[in-house]
Design a protein. Structure first.
Ligand code: GAR
Length: 206
C-alpha cells in the first residue's frame, strides 16, 4: 500500500511539484492524498488542483488564537489519514497539537545545511556568513526551529557572484531531488530515531 502523504505549502510549490511528478513513477511508493496551505491563493494549490489532488486552505488571521488555529490545522490534515506530513515551503510553525498527532511523521525541507543557518532566511544567512558550501536538509520536525533529526542532506557550492536568489534557485534543484529521495525511502523502509540519529529498517516495519 502506498505511503499516504499530505503536503503543506505557502508559496510557489516547486518542491510539491517534484513530489507530484515523482508519484507518476511506479517505484515511488507514496501518494499525495491532499495539499493544504495557510495562503488561499498560492501557486502550490493550483499545482495540486491541476494534478487532481484535493486541497484545503487554512489562513491564520492577524491576532487569531494560534493554538486554536493549530488544532484546526491538525484536524484538516488528519481527515486525510496521512502516514507522513511534508512541509514543503510551509512558512508557519506548527504547534503542540499538530506535533503530538503526527509525532515522528512530519518532515520539513530547509535551504541550508542544518544545524547551520536555521530559521526563515537560511539561504541569505549562509551567503552573508561567507560559507563556500551550503545545501539543503530534510529533517523530522520537532518542537524547535529546524532542530529535528536529519533524514538526509545535499551540498551545493556557493559561487563568487551568487545572490540570495541565484543561490536559492540552485539549492532548490538539489532540494527537490533530496525530498523525493527521502519520501521514496520512507515509503520503502521503516524509520526511527536514536538520539539524534535516524535509523532505517526493513519494509515490514510500516
Ligand atoms: C524551499 O527552498 C524550502 O526549503 C523553503 O521554501 C522553499 C519553498 O520553495 N522553506 C523554508 O525556508 C522553511 N523554513 P517552493 O515554494 O518553490 O517549493
Amino acid at each position: 500500500m502506498a505511503l499516504r502523504v499530505v503536503v503543506l505549502v505557502s508559496g510557489s510549490g516547486t518542491l510539491l511539484q517534484s513530489l507530484i511528478d515523482a508519484q507518476s513513477g511506479p517505484e515511488f511508493g507514496a501518494r499525495i492524498v491532499a495539499v493544504g496551505s495557510d495562503r488561499p491563493a498560492v501557486e502550490g494549490l493550483d499545482r495540486a488542483r491541476q494534478a487532481g489532488i484535493p486541497t484545503f486552505s487554512h489562513p491564520l488571521p492577524k491576532g487569531a488564537d494560534r493554538a486554536a488555529w493549530d488544532r484546526a490545522l491538525t484536524e484538516l490534515v488528519a481527515d486525510h489519514q496521512p502516514d507522513v506530513v511534508v512541509l514543503a515551503g510551509f512558512m508557519k510553525l506548527v504547534g503542540a497539537a499538530f506535533l503530538e498527532k503526527f509525532s515522528g511523521r512530519i518532515i520539513n525541507s530547509h535551504p541550508a545545511l542544518l544545524p547551520s543557518f536555521p530559521g526563515m532566511h537560511g539561504t541569505r544567512d549562509a551567503l552573508d556568513h561567507g560559507v563556500k558550501i551550503t545545501g539543503s536538509t530534510v529533517f523530522l520536525v520537532d518542537d524547535g526551529v529546524d532542530s529535528g533529526a536529519i533524514l538526509d542532506q545535499a551540498a551545493v557550492r556557493v559561487l563568487d557572484d551568487d545572490t540570495v536568489d541565484s543561490l536559492h534557485e540552485r539549492i532548490k534543484i538539489t532540494e527537490r531531488e533530496l525530498l523525493v529521495r527521502v519520501v521514496a525511502r520512507m515509503a520503502a523502509q521503516s524509520w526511527w530515531v536514536e538520539g539524534r540519529k535516524i535509523c532505517w529498517g526493513g519494509s515490514d516495519g510500516r
